[in-house]
Design a protein around this ligand. Structure first.
Ligand SMILES: NC(=O)c1ccc[n+]([C@@H]2O[C@H](COP(=O)([O-])OP(=O)(O)OC[C@H]3O[C@@H](n4cnc5c(N)ncnc54)[C@H](OP(=O)(O)O)[C@@H]3O)[C@@H](O)[C@H]2O)c1
Length: 290
């Protein structure tokens, strides 16, 4: 069954893959970049959602500059929290479903590496402005009381935006060695894989499922350091990966040391192992750069 989908933040890394995945699955897609719809403008959001009358809205718009948010909490809150509320209320009024993307940074990550990954019902405790604004966005979506899926994901990489894998490939071409933190562990997630799950939750097999979902790359969680090694191994790049600690590479915003996600729900779309997503990402980059 094909559905009508509205994608916000559609020029972003995930937004582009969501629009691509939805079109490939035969859905009718309206993809709106920031220039088409500023999601912080509540009146514009209401007008656009009402006029489009979609079956579902997939919100990929966000303030994603984690460090920059520390100095601009109002700006981050407007996009990550207030705008999520605008979209949720507009979708509810229009009888549309909202699929909203959130993050592993809603957790404090104070579990030991090798501990059980976080499930949907675990207590949140964000440590950064970004994490707090994303959690406020989740709460705004739930408060609108419409049909919704709040999808927490983590460590995204895709062909349409800046991300850790792309950075490593650039550095690996320039240097013999890179130094990468080994005391932060999580689940890398290919945006192409996540996009298919979001479409399934919006207008596909999981379109009736309600609430919070953890959707991250399958396979064992890894450190950024081990992720970098796998990127170079698969890409055939000869670059040594040296370890360091987070304390040795301080950043303005605190990161959760252990933020691996898994699901406790039977109706959550599952993703393939992140290593397979990485293989497809590298293949897609080759095609793009050919
Ligand atoms: N990247 C990760 O590792 C990661 C991990 C977990 C969860 N997530 C979540 O995944 C989602 C997608 O992230 P992403 O990695 O695709 O980030 P991204 O590439 O930065 O995409 C976000 C998009 O939102 C747009 N945007 C910002 N403010 C807007 C506004 N006021 N109105 C409309 N659009 C606006 C941005 O436009 P401009 O470029 O013009 O600002 C950008 O195109 C976000 O919800 C993020 O929190 C990301």
């Amino acid at each position: 069954m094909s559905g009508k989908l509205l994608v916000t933040g559609a020029a972003g890394m995930l937004g582009q893959d969501v629009a691509r995945a939805a079109r490939a699955a035969g859905h009718d897609v309206t993809a709106l970049a920031r220039a088409d719809l500023d999601v912080t403008d509540g009146a514009a959001v209401a007008a656009v959602v009402t006029a489009a009358a979609p079956d579902a809205v997939v919100n990929c718009a966000a303030w994603t500059n984690v460090d920059g948010a520390e100095d601009a909490p109002e700006g981050a809150h407007a996009v990550n929290a207030d705008a999520a509320g605008h979209l949720a209320r507009a979708a509810t009024s229009a009888g549309a479903r909202l699929v909203h993307v959130s993050t592993d940074y809603v957790f404090d990550g104070q579990r030991a590496a090798g501990a059980a990954p976080y499930v949907e019902s675990d207590a949140t405790n964000p440590q950064s402005v970004y994490g707090r604004t994303k959690l406020a966005g989740e709460q705004a979506v739930a408060a609108a009381d419409g049909s919704h899926a709040i999808v927490r994901s983590s460590w995204l990489f895709g062909v349409s935006g800046a991300n850790f894998a792309a950075t490593m490939l650039r550095l690996g071409a320039e240097r013999d060695e890179v130094t990468v933190v080994e005391d932060q562990v999580g689940c890398p997630t290919a945006t192409a894989d996540l996009a298919e799950a979001l479409v399934a939750l919006a207008v596909g097999a999981a379109r009736e499922a309600q609430g919070v979902f953890h959707v991250a790359g399958g396979g064992e969680p890894v450190s950024w350091n081990a992720f970098a090694s796998e990127i170079f191994r698969q890409a055939g790049v000869d670059c040594r990966v040296l370890p360091c600690t987070t304390a040795e590479m301080p950043r303005p915003a605190p990161r959760p040391p252990f933020s691996a996600l898994t699901t406790e729900r039977a109706d959550t779309p599952l993703l393939p192992p992140w290593q397979d997503g990485l293989t497809r990402f590298l293949d897609a980059r080759k095609v793009l750069h050919a």
